[in-house]
Design a protein around this ligand. Structure first.
Ligand SMILES: [Zn+2]
Length: 127
């Protein structure tokens, strides 16, 4: 999750350096957040309720990452099984491959859900 604020002058969104899980925490951390806009150089005091949360951009690639991890581990596992020279046992190991493929996706689904929940919580709680 990243926090961003809108510049009052140029209406662009910028990433906030501070991090908090909700606006209440942000309020406790700093009672005054002054940011200098990177675009128009205007210094402004930010209004907490105007700061909003957004899902991290890596969350968009997480399924691709999960797929890559699954494939890589599967190849390694397949080679390990081959070293044992038990190609016939491939069927016996198929559940292992199923698990190997599923685990990164289960983790990915959970990370996406966590991120969405964190963003939602931040954006719904006003101070
Ligand atoms: Zn600006």
């Amino acid at each position: 999750m990243i926090l961003e604020y809108k510049c009052n002058n140029c209406n662009q969104y910028f990433k906030l350096k501070a991090f908090a899980k909700d606006r209440g925490e942000l309020n406790l951390l700093k009672n005054k957040i002054v940011e200098k806009c990177a675009h128009c150089n205007t210094e402004q005091e930010l209004i907490l309720n105007n700061i909003r949360a957004k899902a991290n951009s890596w969350i968009r690639f997480i399924y691709i990452v999960a797929l890559v991890i699954s494939i890589v581990i599967s190849i390694i596992a397949y080679n390990l099984i081959e070293i044992e020279n038990t190609k016939i046992h491939f069927r016996r190991y198929s559940f292992v491959f199923g698990l190997i493929f599923a685990i990164p996706f289960v983790i990915a689904v959970n990370l996406v859900a966590l991120e969405k929940r964190a963003v939602k919580r931040f954006n719904h709680y006003y101070v």
